[in-house]
Design a protein around this ligand. Structure first.
Ligand code: PHE
Length: 476
């Protein structure tokens, strides 16, 4: 990968690296660290992981190429780029519906994403205080939370959940940080964060995984994650969760990858970059799973503990790890940046469109959407305390018992993102100008034929089937 060349004192990336960095920064985030282990744990492990990998390779990867080429071709906002490709293909601009759905879904995702990122911020505070305590005791390299028992460490999350004002404050802090970066313009800041912090994060995560593997119950974790369970794989809920996770984790569904595709220069081979991004993202998710599940089994937590899983397991590992106080703080700081490079891409989708369409300034648009995201996000932040008993969509199959947080997460991930992807697959596979599209892919020969088959046939059919099964599970 090319390094930054300095022109007039400002680091400039070759545009080839810019797209990979920004897109990988968008893809790798809480989806890998927090959502993947949660979903894998909720859906029985092996069956889910097997389906997830299949969904990434056969559905998400072809769509990643489709979305990034729409952006690179259009060089506009997500909706603007989709309209442009439709027009140039003499098709109805209504095909940009996929980007409209994407904009709504991604903005809705941002509402709860900032809540979870707020939990990360909390752990930065708790770990930071712990490290200061360790250092002032003259033992900066001791394990984390030396003065707490394992049970007390697991209680950190429930204690946080019992404090709505603190939860909302943390959420607000993260929304504000995201708004601040997007208001200043995404490109420079994100590239910098992605260039240095992401590799650092990756190395640290591998280190933690090795430690977890050596000290936790690695055999139980590997069995849980990698034993295929074909019977369970046919369960519609597991199928639709796996598909939703593939979309969520790769930032697909008519949003970020179109927006960031516009960063890709003409000489970027989008077929190749799509492969690199999907591989890196999936790798980080599996490694995160291998860091978390050995601890789940060794501390006796249930794999289906839900959204707090990551926050109840990793601190327990930092507790016994030599230097854990330091490693714990480093982990949460880097996780914060991983979340930020994703949240910025989520906000950029609507901000890019509003500035383009209405000529609003970036600052106005970012702050405006930020306020909305914060207010709607209150529903998710308060789902763990004040609003815990509310069931907003009991009439949707599979969501009878979902609180606001689960409802917004589930409806966006399992329904809206795949729906947008379905429209994209039909649009790119059947409607858009074939020559123009093929030239954008950077593929040729068998690779192009395979992609064509996947995008035109497999994606639409498989996504439709999974969507229908998810909504009407009684069919099976
Ligand atoms: N992919 C990001 C993550 O894994 C989340 C995201 C979803 C970002 C959709 C942009 C669009 O954390």
């Amino acid at each position: 990968m090319a390094g930054p060349t300095s022109t007039a004192g400002r680091a400039q990336w070759s545009s080839k690296a810019a797209f990979i960095l920004a897109a990988t920064g968008s893809a790798v985030g809480l989806g890998n660290l927090w959502r993947f282990p949660t979903e894998a744990g909720n859906n029985g492990g092996g069956a889910f992981v097997m389906l997830y990998v299949l969904c990434v390779v056969l559905i998400a990867l072809p769509l990643l190429l489709a979305e990034s080429l729409i952006g690179r071709h259009g060089q506009k906002s997500t909706i603007g780029s989709a309209v442009q490709l439709a027009r140039q293909s003499r098709a109805s601009p209504a095909w940009s519906l996929m980007a409209v759905i994407g904009l709504i879904a991604n903005t809705a995702i941002l509402t709860f994403y900032c809540v979870v990122a707020g939990w990360v911020v909390y752990f930065i505070g708790v770990s930071g205080a712990d490290l200061v305590g360790a250092a002032s005791a003259g033992e900066p390299l001791r394990g984390a939370f030396a003065e707490r028992s394992t049970d007390q460490i697991r209680e950190i999350m429930p204690t946080l959940f019992a404090d709505p004002a603190l939860l909302v404050g943390l959420q607000l802090a993260f929304v504000a940080t995201t708004v601040w970066i997007v208001a200043r313009g995404v490109k420079g800041g994100i590239e910098k964060a992605a260039t240095w912090l992401m590799p650092a994060f990756f190395l640290l995560l591998i280190g933690i995984t090795v430690y977890a593997a050596l000290t936790g119950d690695f055999a139980a974790a590997a069995t849980f994650l990698f034993t295929p369970d074909f019977e369970r794989a046919l369960n519609p809920a597991v199928l639709s969760s796996a598909l939703g996770q593939a979309f969520f984790s790769l930032s697909l569904g008519g949003g970020a990858m179109i927006a960031y595709g516009a960063y890709a220069s003409r000489d970027t081979n989008l077929g190749q970059t799509s492969g690199v991004i999907a591989f890196a993202d999936t790798g980080v998710a599996i490694i995160a799973g291998l860091a978390i599940f050995p601890i789940v089994f060794s501390v006796g937590l249930s794999p289906d503990a839900g959204p707090t899983l990551m926050f109840q397991t990793l601190p327990a590992a930092f507790h016994v790890m030599p230097g854990g106080a330091l490693v714990g703080l480093a982990f949460f700081v880097l996780a914060f940046f991983a979340a930020l490079t994703s949240s910025v891409s989520l906000l950029e989708i609507s901000v890019g469109w509003i500035t383009e369409k209405f000529g609003a300034s970036r600052v106005m648009a970012s702050v405006g959407v930020g306020v909305l995201v914060f207010l709607v996000g209150l529903l998710s932040a308060l789902s763990f305390n004040l609003l815990a008993d509310q069931r907003p969509i009991p009439f949707v199959p599979g969501f009878e018992n979902a609180n606001w947080f689960d409802a917004i997460d589930g409806v966006t991930g399992r329904l809206l993102l795949p729906l947008s992807g379905l429209i994209t697959a039909v649009f790119i596979g059947w409607v858009a100008d074939r020559k123009l599209v093929d030239a954008e892919t950077g593929l040729s020969g068998a690779g192009l034929a395979a992609w064509r088959f996947l995008i035109a046939w497999l994606c639409p059919l498989a996504v439709t089937a999974i969507l229908v099964l998810g909504l009407f599970p009684q069919i099976l």
